[in-house]
Write a protein that binds this ligand. Sequence first.
Ligand code: SAH
Length: 367
Amino acid sequence: MEKGLRIREESENVNNEKEYETIQELTARLRQEQTLPDAAFRALLQMESEQALECLYGNARQVQEAHYGKKVYARGLIEFTNYCRNNCYYCGIRCENRKAERYRLSENAIYSCAAEGYALGFRTFVLQGGEDIFFTKEKLGSIILHLKKLYPDCAVTLSFGEWDEQTYKYWFDCGADRYLLRHETADETHYQKLHPPEMSFADRRKCLRKLKEIGYQVGAGFMIGSPGQTLDTIVADLRFLQQLRPHMIGIGPFIPQQDTPFAAESGGTLEMTRKLLAILRLMFPKVLLPSTTALGSIHPKGRELGILSGANVVMPNLSPAEVRRKYQIYDHKLYSGCESAQSKRLLASQMASIGYELCMERGDSLM
Ligand code: SAH
């Protein structure tokens, strides 16, 4: 072997060895204390050797198993409208995207999705949509009431953006159990890079606080690799989550969408998403942590690898087949195969292939 090459390889080995020791130490500390200093979080996020990362993921799996066993909770996702009054730069259903084919499901179509899901065994329905003012407080309220009357044993989760406190309270009183509202980023300058000036960083955070006060099980979260994200903004996200203590945390890679201002940006990676899933599992042992569709969309085994990094929720799609391709918040979004609830069996066998069990219970937060 050429001498220079050998020296380089040896020094790489030494580096990997060192990285492994560091990650073992940091992972053990994070597992025990559920937090780390900023610099240690940044160091963890920069680890690259496979051996080191396996140590992080392995610890996350042990913590996940201690609380949830080998269960992965299934939620049925109903994307009920892609009309949106907002104009987030990353999102394919932003109001200025004239190419998006708009749709909204009728009340009856929503109930048939739920009926189909119920028959398949789903006990959580997630109503997700753009901020569509057609669905007024009363209209969505009556849909929630109706769903809870038909399926009192099911949880209803809303993922419908920013509304005022009375509206959130009204929907809660109608029976909504949970609310997903990703904070998107905890760094104000970064927030402004991702959103138009009329959207407010403070408002989004206020919504999350109000949702928690009202009594919802709350989900926050952020994209991995969004334009302008840095190790420091990620550490800010972790600190924000420590303050908020949400019941659920949704993270997934940013994926550029061709008809948005971020079309030419690069997307988030599988590795960074896996690292963050594992870190979040160690920080919040009982949190409900989905292996998202976005992760499944960037890698053929993305969803399984997410579970193997500490995630414990999957959210297959219950929306009618003909609207699924229209809810393109990013390019190449999965909407068939394992992504459709009808293929529940396929999803269950995917989970079984990595030693996990697809669990159809309501799966409320343990927090
Ligand atoms: N209108 C709702 C639901 C938005 S869609 C709300 O405001 O909460 C749900 C999540 O998809 C968003 O919170 C965002 O984090 C994510 N998302 C949007 N565009 C994306 C993209 N291009 N790549 C990856 N994730 C995206």
